[in-house]
Design a protein around this ligand. Structure first.
Ligand code: ADP
Length: 479
């Protein structure tokens, strides 16, 4: 792990192994942080905040973030390979999206420190100066999932560092490697020791961080179950918290949509990253007049999908992250078949030779089936026809989640009316999973609390301090 600018072992010597999901082979052994290490990392972060990091002028914070962007870019090939090996993400994706995306995040956030301004407030009291100061929240714990390790690290870290916070980051136990390499680049960029600390370990390390009294804010991305637990603890301890959790996102194709674009976008929306995405377009609603056409278009694309090892440049869909995730996804597919839905695709074998699952699609789905209600986090799509728009909206909103929603139509009025009626933090019109560091992202309902990226993302790492000054009896009366 990386504490106060140095690689260190766990105080108790504990380690865990990280595996290549494409081959099942062990890549290496990584330190597992315990209570003593959490203590050291939080202390290092606090000292940095009270010392050289906290004292750094805004322009310098921006310069360091810019240098970090340059260093990630200069080491792009290495980071892409590391990410593909550790997380099973196709090298074509890590090369074209994850690593350039991380560079763009750091570059975007490098512009923010010098734009964080307070306001002068026109208060009623005479001879009074009242103004606000944006100040960093303090020491933040950032807890990450395994599906977009480097990219999510960049948007969390970029926002926190732009705001001037000191960070203790815990990558997922399945994918610790790119965060550790990034920690080295943070040092090379010139950040003072302790500004960024990386603690590797499992959920128990995350829980120790959440509970630590020296942590002022928790930013978590992961499962809704763990998010609820962290939210409850943050509430009890009155810590700031942002949560980016699960989804079961509706994707609606209207009769007038450009079907080629809708099929291509919907395919990527659910099967991109092998379905392991919180924003996955996992519930498809298609106007009845176009339903068969859309389903056969998706099934045909799925039957030609190249599913394989992450480092093969031809691979479109890599493996699932682990045996556990494979079994979870398989059990949903088995359950869907057992509950009477029609499966287009194959039931993955019970005794597989790897964690590979080909894209699957269910039709004849009832709204109360588990495959239609629960987040599967795999390449499993449920498709349902609709007859009118209000029926589509009520099906779309009939979920505990509210992360993303999509609409495919050529009718501008329908598009924007649906955008306002769909209960989601992000709505994609004639697209899916568009993203930009400047555009906020996050969910409502059980999909989370708060926004990341963009202005909202930076503001979530700031507190506003109000300063009152009495000017009376000083200037004019003194001479
Ligand atoms: P997933 O089911 O996708 O692995 P989790 O929500 O279990 O998602 O994990 C996401 C991140 O949260 C990981 O870094 C994991 O180690 C961490 N984590 C798991 N359980 C806890 C917990 N109780 N408290 C804090 N962090 C946790």
């Amino acid at each position: 792990m990386h504490i106060n600018g140095d690689f260190v072992r766990a105080a108790d010597g504990r380690t865990f192994e990280t595996f290549d999901p494409s081959t099942g082979e062990r890549i290496t052994e990584v330190a597992h942080a315990g209570a003593e290490d959490v203590e050291s990392a939080v202390r290092a972060a606090r000292l940095a905040l009270d010392g050289p990091w906290g004292a750094l002028p805004a322009v310098e914070r921006g310069r360091l973030l810019g240098r970090l962007a340059d260093l990630v870019e200069a080491n792009a090939a290495e980071l892409a390979e590391l990410e593909s090996r550790d997380g099973g993400k196709p090298i074509s994706a890590t090369t074209s999206m994850d690593v350039p995306g991380a560079v763009a995040q750091f570059r975007y956030f490098s512009g923010w420190p010098t734009k964080l301004e307070g306001r002068t407030i026109p208060v009623a009291m005479p001879d009074t100066l009242c103004y606000t100061r944006p100040e960093p929240v303090g020491v933040v714990a950032q807890i990450l999932p395994w599906n977009f390790p480097l990219l999510m690290t960049s948007w969390k870290l970029g926002a926190a560092l732009a705001a001037g916070c000191a960070v203790v980051l815990k990558p997922a136990e399945q994918t610790p490697l790119t965060a550790l390499r990034l920690a080295e680049l943070v040092v090379d960029a010139g950040f003072p020791p302790g500004a960024v600390n990386v603690l590797t370990g499992a959920g128990e390390t995350g829980a120790l961080l959440v509970d630590h009294p020296g942590v002022d804010k928790i930013a978590f991305t992961g499962s809704t179950a763990v998010g609820r637990e962290i939210g409850a603890k943050a509430g009890a301890q009155l810590k700031r918290v942002t949560l980016e959790l699960g989804g079961k996102s509706p994707n609606i194709i209207l009769a007038d949509a450009d079907l080629d674009a809708a099929i291509a976008g919907s395919y990527q929306g659910i099967y991109g990253n092998t379905g392991q995405a919180c924003y996955a377009a996992s519930r498809l609603f298609v106007h009845r007049s176009r339903f068969d056409e859309v389903v056969s278009g998706l099934v045909e694309r799925a039957s030609n999908a190249v599913v394989g090892p992450a480092l093969d440049p031809a691979t479109e869909h890599g493996p699932l992250i682990s045996a556990q995730q494979y079994e979870r996804v398989r059990s949903y597919i088995v359950d869907g078949v057992a509950s009477g839905a029609t499966l287009h695709g194959d039931v993955p074998p019970a005794d597989p030779s790897g964690f590979f699952v080909r894209p699957t699609l269910f039709t004849d789905v009832k709204p109360d089936m588990r495959i239609a209600r629960e987040e599967i986090f795999g390449p499993v799509l449920v498709a349902t026809p609709f007859d009118d728009l209000s029926e589509a909206v009520s099906h779309a909103n009939d979920t505990e989640y509210g992360l993303a929603a999509g609409v495919w139509t050529r009718d501008v009025g329908h598009a924007h009316t649906l955008a306002s009626r769909l209960q989601a933090g992000v709505v994609y019109l004639n697209s899916w999973a568009s993203g930009d560091p400047a555009a906020p992202f996050g969910g409502i309902k059980s999909s989370g609390v708060g926004r990341e990226m963009g202005q909202e993302g930076v503001e979530s790492y700031l507190e506003s301090k109000t300063v009152w000054t009495s000017l009376a009896s000083q200037c004019l009366h003194t001479s």
